[in-house]
Design a protein around this ligand. Structure first.
Ligand code: SF4
Length: 440
């Protein structure tokens, strides 16, 4: 309370890189900082505290963060009272080394310490000295955090942190620690709180939600959240194919608000590379899973992640992957070039692929997948879909955007709709990444 009284007018700017988990972490840190008197601003010059919440999954993300930190050097010189903090995965990975490279940063907090952000900022307000803490990476999850949520229709609720899978290319288990699940009652309380704030769509988040172990199965948790009054749409991500159970498929099929969309990262379409990635399933097993999902949930939309240029990838492996995505016909795929992350096993593998080959394969992969996505979207023309309205498009306020239950982005001419409404839209046009239609 004293903190709130002391500094009602302090401004906070948060810059978030990376995945939805980082967005959720930023909202939680903003919630904690609100308790000591900070309110959000978009104006960097007005900020008393700038927090950069970082990602290190790909080298490009890391380069961007260092570029951003560098740009704040001048701002710090002009405004010495400004506090600059770095949090998240890169903070965890770099620790004190980050201060060597960027001494104008005031504090570095790893992923296990984000709940300490308010205490650390208060200590720096009282006495300017560097703070670095990357301890507790697999520690207990703090409860009772009231996030300061962005957006107004959809929001994220983390159900677990960390990952036990150690895919050979991935840095996440090292920078986010082992899996820890939140208790169901805390998750339900947070969902109720989000609904009370006006959010209609909840996405339950975890690196691998299927291995949720908070005292019930993930399918049971999903069914319990589905019953919370006011939840109009329920989503989840991400699912590891090895853990997606029949029970979960049945829960989605039988759910009322659980959307018919599963993001099921396959990463590659050849057994040889899947083994080298330590993904612990085969192409055949994945195809059987897809068959089972489609039989139980006929309107399901399936999306995936794919990596090209993994060490040891041959032209034959790559062609197998193209055939695989032709066979599955994903609704959409997020395609990535393999990024060599030091500290992961794959960084030491022989036969790293050259950049030119990686880019060529990425382009080929995208060409094949984009044609599939377009054909799937075209098949929806003339159908009527339920759309949750998100608001005006960024480029034209006469056009509104929303999403179908299958998570497809849809644009339509704005009438009297408001963000958060559910409307029926007849689809009139289809593109690779979006649909257009008219409200009926
Ligand atoms: S499942 Fe694999 S890719 Fe996903 S976060 Fe864990 S280690 Fe990384």
């Amino acid at each position: 309370m004293c903190g709130i009284m002391r500094g009602m007018d302090k401004k906070l700017k948060i810059i978030t890189y990376g995945c939805q988990m980082n967005v959720a972490d930023s909202e939680r840190m903003a919630g904690l900082l609100r308790q000591i008197g900070y309110s959000l601003t978009d104006d960097l010059d007005a900020a008393d505290l700038i927090l950069i919440n970082t990602c290190c999954v790909r080298a490009t993300a890391e380069d961007k963060v260092f570029g951003q930190i560098g740009r704040f050097k001048t701002l710090k010189r002009q405004k010495p009272a400004l506090i600059l903090g770095v949090t998240g995965c890169m903070a965890q990975k770099e620790g004190a080394d980050l201060l060597k490279r960027a001494p104008h940063v005031d504090f570095v907090l790893g992923t296990g310490q984000s709940s300490e952000v308010a205490r650390v900022v208060q200590s720096i307000e009282l006495e300017r000295k560097h703070v670095v803490d990357t301890s507790n990476v697999s520690g207990d999850i703090p409860s009772e955090v009231y996030p300061l949520r962005g957006g107004q229709v959809s929001t994220f609720v983390p159900i677990m942190y960390g990952c036990n899978n150690f895919c050979t290319y991935c840095i996440v288990p090292y920078v986010r620690g082992r899996e820890r699940s939140r208790k169901p009652n805390e998750i339900i309380a947070e969902v109720k709180q989000a609904v009370a704030e006006g959010f209609k769509e909840i996405t339950l988040l975890g690196q691998n939600v299927n291995s949720y172990a908070g005292g019930m199965t993930f399918a049971e948790l999903l069914a319990a959240v589905d019953k919370v009054a006011g939840v109009e749409r329920l989503r989840f991500m991400t699912s590891h194919p090895k853990d997606l159970s029949d029970e979960l498929i049945a829960a989605i099929a039988g759910g009322e608000h659980i959307c018919e969309h599963i993001h099921l990262p396959v990463q590659y379409g050849s057994d040889k590379i899947l083994r080298r990635m330590n993904r612990v399933y085969s192409v055949e097993g994945y195809l059987r899973l897809v068959e089972k999902i489609r039989a139980a949930i006929p309107n399901v939309s399936l999306t995936t992640d794919l990596i090209v240029g993994f060490p040891g990838e041959t032209e034959e492996d790559f062609q197998e992957t193209l055939n695989f995505i032709r066979a599955v016909e994903f609704d959409a795929a997020f395609t990535f070039i393999y990024s060599r992350r030091s500290g992961t096993p794959a960084a030491t593998f022989a036969n790293q692929i050259d950049d030119e080959t990686k880019h060529r394969r990425l382009n080929e992969l995208m060409t094949v997948q984009n044609a599939i996505s377009l054909a799937k979207n075209r098949a929806m023309i003339d159908s009527v879909v339920e759309v949750l309205v998100e608001g005006a498009s960024k480029t034209d306020d006469k056009i509104f955007t929303g999403r179908t239950r299958s998570n497809k982005l849809i644009l339509f001419a704005h009438g009297s709709e408001r963000a958060g409404d559910r409307v029926n839209v007849r689809i009139t046009q289809a593109q690779t990444w979006l649909l257009k239609g008219d409200v009926i």
